[in-house]
Design a protein around this ligand. Structure first.
Ligand code: 7TS
Length: 412
């Protein structure tokens, strides 16, 4: 198998956690869709921060605080460049993707959604891109509609125009499903949404870590993603177009997000701090810069190419095992490095436990995508998800263990 551009064995050396054995077997980490592992440079960046410049930011006039502030704001600019946003003012740090999506629902949503309006999402979404819109719709008397999927986890193309209508005010869509792996027709959806005057919120939790994402080329209004899924710390990011962010009310109230506070009113700080109340995750923000440096060094087109090869290889191997049901597109060009599957003999939790005995980390459950599982009549699936450090040998171990699971359950 060719691995264009990436030297996977050199990459693996950068990840200390991968060097261990679990239950006497070399660790195979196939749960990067939940959270990714971290390279040495990211781990060391934490150490350096706490050993040398730990201080609260924005307020201090002493050297440590100034250095911490400079690095925190410097990392924000690296992330800005990574997704090609026009200005650092459009980059808001949050706890995670979930908080970023809730921020939009609670600020833009509550200010702009009215009774009778329609919000559109899709059946592919993670709960974090459904529940905030459900809550908003219930509060405002609006309706939440879904674009449905076909048997292979592709959004029904004719529904892009039929579900997104003149009544639609907001479209919330993932770029890549964390269960089916589907890469969605994001350009067509954004074009349709803008044609009817709707705002588009893109869930980039599974796309920003795995493929090139350019917010100016996409022309999305908001994009949410999580640092912890892209080699970085437990921190999130919300990108928003400046004009929208300027017009939105703040999210949380408190220190840092204000310019002036009086007994009866306050004035908000400039972007992006208007949306960052209280002491932020300073170390995590700074260390995010190290994760961005690492991914930029690899090149996101190379990351995508590696995962495409790996998923193509895995799909071929899965197809050779009788009776396995794979969720999502069978074309590797139409999907990312996530494979959720079901076998008739065993429950996903039992499967995942046997995998663990072999040193293989896979996830079992509904992966926070219950509507999609319900649609396919599945209570749960087992999911393997790939990243830059995974290899075809690990796919072979996954398949060999799957065959072993079937043998065990067949004889019971
Ligand atoms: N959107 C998608 C597409 C996701 O995959 C996830 C997390 C989220 C949003 C939420 O991200 P968070 O950082 O706020 O939690 N997905 C998963 C997963 O697939 N398994 O664990 C978390």
């Amino acid at each position: 198998m060719t691995q264009p551009g990436l030297n996977i064995s050199a990459i693996r050396e950068d990840f200390p956690i991968l060097q261990q054995t679990v239950h006497g077997k070399p660790l195979v980490y196939l749960d990067s869709a939940a959270t990714s592992q971290k390279p040495e440079t990211v781990i060391r960046a934490f150490d350096t921060y706490y050993r040398t410049i730990n201080a609260n930011i924005h307020r201090g006039v002493y050297t440590l605080a100034e250095e911490a502030t400079a690095q925190y704001e410097g990392a924000r600019k690296k992330i800005q460049k990574f997704i090609n946003a026009k200005s650092f003012r459009e980059m808001i740090y949050t706890r995670n993707t979930t908080e970023a999506l809730n921020l939009v629902a609670q600020t833009w949503g509550r200010a702009n959604i009215r009774a009778g309006d329609e919000i559109v999402s899709t059946l592919l979404e993670h709960h974090s891109n459904i529940v905030p819109w459900q809550m908003l719709a219930q509060e405002k008397g609006a309706t939440l509609n879904f674009i449905e999927v076909d048997a292979q986890g592709q959004l029904l193309p004719e529904q892009i125009a039929s579900v997104i209508t003149a009544r639609t005010k907001l479209v919330a869509i993932t770029m890549m499903s964390n269960v089916a792996g589907t890469i969605t027709p994001i350009d067509a959806i954004i074009a349709r949404a803008h044609a009817v005057g709707a705002v588009v919120v893109v869930d980039g939790a599974q796309s920003v870590p795995h493929m090139p994402v350019d917010v100016q080329a996409l022309d999305c209004d908001f994009l949410a993603f999580s640092g912890h899924k892209m080699l970085g710390p437990f921190i999130g990011v919300l990108y928003g177009k400046r004009a929208l962010l300027e017009a939105m009310p703040p999210f949380l109230g408190g220190g840092d997000m204000i310019r002036e506070v009086h007994r009866d009113h306050s004035k908000w700080n400039e972007l992006p701090w208007k949306f960052e109340a209280g002491t932020p995750s300073v170390a995590e923000g700074i260390v995010m810069g190290a994760a961005i440096d690492y991914l930029s060094g690899l090149g996101m087109a190379n990351v995508r190419a590696h995962e495409r090869e790996l998923v193509a290889y895995a799909l071929e191997k899965f197809a050779a095992v009788d009776g396995v049901r794979i969720v999502g597109p069978l074309d590797p060009d139409a999907r990312g490095g996530v494979i959720a599957f079901e076998i008739p003999e065993a429950h996903p939790h039992d499967i995942a436990q046997i995998f663990d005995r072999e040193g293989i980390c896979v996830r079992a459950g509904h992966h926070c995508a219950m509507p999609l599982h319900e649609h396919y009549g599945l209570a749960a699936t087992t999911r393997a998800s790939f990243y830059i450090y995974n290899t075809p040998d690990e796919v072979d171990r996954l398949i060999a263990t799957l065959k072993k699971v079937r043998e065990i359950f067949k004889t019971q």
